[in-house]
Each structure stands twice: as C-alpha cells, then as structure tokens.
Design a protein around this ligand. Structure first.
Ligand code: SAM
Length: 290
C-alpha cells in the first residue's frame, strides 16, 4: 500500500503536511520502526476473526498493521488534531472505526458488545505512558471480556509487571497484573524507534488474561488493601506495615496469627510473599471479620 506508515520518511511527511504539533501532555511518541511493529502484531496473535481495540492510534501507523490482520479495529484517540490525519492515513481500510475520546472515560464493555458480540477482544497499543497503570487496571477491573493485551510501556513498568517475589521490581503492580494475567516481555525498544524520542527506554509486554484468577481469594479487595499496605512501607516487616495501615482495622494479634497460619516467620517482609500467600493471608484475615 503506497500510504503505508511505519518509517521515518512517511511519518515526517504526514506531520509536516498537517503541521502537527506534538503534545507532551498526551504522551505522543510515534513509532517509526517497521520491525518493532511486526513484533507487536505477531505477539498479539491476531486472527481474521478478532476485534482489536487500539488505544491512541496517533497518525495511524500501528492501526494500518492491525487492520491487515483483524476483522475489526476500533481505535480510540483523545487528540482531535489527529482525527483529520487518521481520515487520510486509514482511508483505504474498511474495517477501522476511529473514536475521538478519552479511553479512561469510555465504556469498553459496550464497545466489545457492539463490535464483537461481547466476545473477548484483543487490546494492542503503544500506550501514552502517563496513564499506563489506570488503563491496564481499568481494563482488568471493569470485567471487559479480554483475551490479551499487548502494549508498549516504559521499560521499568514492564519489568515491574513481570517481577516475582524478593526482587527489587516486585510490588503492588506485579501482583495486581499477575492476579488477572500472565505477563511476558516480548521485546525491549530503544528511544530511536520513535518520533520524538522518549527520554526513557520502552518494552513490549503481552498480558494473557486468565479465564479465572490463579488463586482463590474470598475478598479480592481486602487482598489488594493488604498488598498496598505491605508495599507502602516496603522496608518494614509485614506485621508492622499491616498494623500501621490506616484503612485496616485488624488487631496486632489477628495479624500475627494470620501470618503464623501461613507458616511464615513473624519477621517476614511483604516483598517476600507470593500472590498465593497474599491470598492466604487475606482469607485468614477475612475470617476474623465474620
Ligand atoms: N499508536 C501511535 C504510534 O504507535 O505511533 C501513537 C502512540 S503515542 C505513544 C500515544 C497516543 O495515545 C497518542 O496518539 C495520544 O494522543 C493518545 N492518547 C493519549 N492519552 C489518551 C487518552 N486518554 N485516550 C485516548 N488516547 C490517548
């Protein structure tokens, strides 16, 4: 296709033609490397049956690649200045719907219903980094039917999502993501693959949604409250972190007994616990509230 983007020349040509001014507040760094785009598309395992949700199409570079693989692409872009550009760059594709909206304000479940009869969708994006966590957690927590999420994020964030217990990157984000999905870092991507160049390194991560969470937990909100409290005071023992947390009302004794019931030492730190152990802790403490 003559209008195919995904290289520096074509991208600069479009930007100059429309005198497009990059907006830092929208996290605009456009991909200009065809090999990276191919890696993202391959990792997402898109078939011709699929509906793909793209968050932030920019000038439509990845949207073109997605439209060639998927049955239907729905691309949500907040910046109204990009809409006329997308009309031009995507005009040859009949299976793309562009929505000019803030992804955080959109009912994605309704989109899945309308464009995919409520069946699991695939999400692919070079994300605006300033809202990576709210986008991903929003997708998981809102119960939108999702098969997988393949996204470009800041390298450190990808590492935190994939980290396990006892490592420096392990934290509340690792556990939140790993409760819903199995993470896999597909590729690291250097700043020179974007215009303009971001000041941080990037990575593509694929999150394959579990049909059901890998642990059984009676009250997942309580588990996430415990997780947040543990990592808020990372250098303290688990027992002290939970004692000090304002939003938790368990007694010292209840906390000590719950830790003991998991066969963990009293001096254990939260950062040493697996997801399964946090689930066990939440289940033990839940019983104290009954
Ligand atoms: N997909 C394009 C690419 O790879 O070249 C652009 C990626 S750029 C990192 C992020 C895109 O997300 C920008 O086009 C930006 O305008 C858009 N964006 C930022 N915040 C958004 C939001 N809240 N809702 C929808 N799109 C948003």
């Amino acid at each position: 296709m003559e209008n195919k983007l995904g290289n520096p020349q074509k991208t600069i040509e479009i930007i100059q033609k429309y005198q497009f001014a990059f907006q830092k507040k929208f996290g605009q760094n456009f991909l200009i490397d065809g090999r990276v785009l191919e890696k993202i598309i391959a990792a997402a395992e898109i078939t011709e049956e699929d509906m793909v949700l793209e968050i932030g199409p920019g000038i439509g570079t990845m949207t073109q690649y997605l439209a060639e693989q998927a049955r239907q692409v729905v691309a949500v872009e907040i910046d109204k200045n990009l809409i006329p550009i997308l009309e031009e760059t995507l005009k040859d594709y009949k299976n793309i719907t562009v929505i000019n909206e803030d992804i955080l304000k959109l009912n994605i479940g309704e989109l899945a219903e309308k464009y995919n009869q409520g069946k699991p969708i695939k999400v692919v994006a070079n994300l605006p980094y300033y809202i990576t966590t709210p986008i991903i957690m929003g997708l998981f927590e809102s119960n939108v039917p999702i098969a997988n999420i393949t996204v470009m994020v800041q390298k450190e964030v990808a590492e935190r999502m994939q980290a396990g217990p006892g490592t420096k990157d392990y934290g509340a984000l690792s556990l939140a993501v790993q409760y819903y999905a199995s993470p896999y870092i597909v590729a690291n991507v250097p700043p020179n693959c974007f215009i303009p160049r971001p000041s941080v390194g990037s990575a593509v991560i694929r999150l394959t949604r579990y049909e059901k969470p890998p642990v059984e937990v009676l009250d997942s909100r309580l588990m996430f409250d415990l997780i947040r409290a543990s990592f808020n005071q990372r250098r303290k023992t688990l027992q002290n972190s939970l004692n000090n947390a304002q939003n938790l009302t368990f007694t010292k004794e209840q906390i000590a007994n719950a830790i003991l019931s998991l066969d963990l030492p009293a001096s254990v730190r939260g950062e040493a616990l697996t997801l399964e152990q946090f689930a066990g802790l939440a289940n033990a403490l839940k019983k104290c509230t009954e």
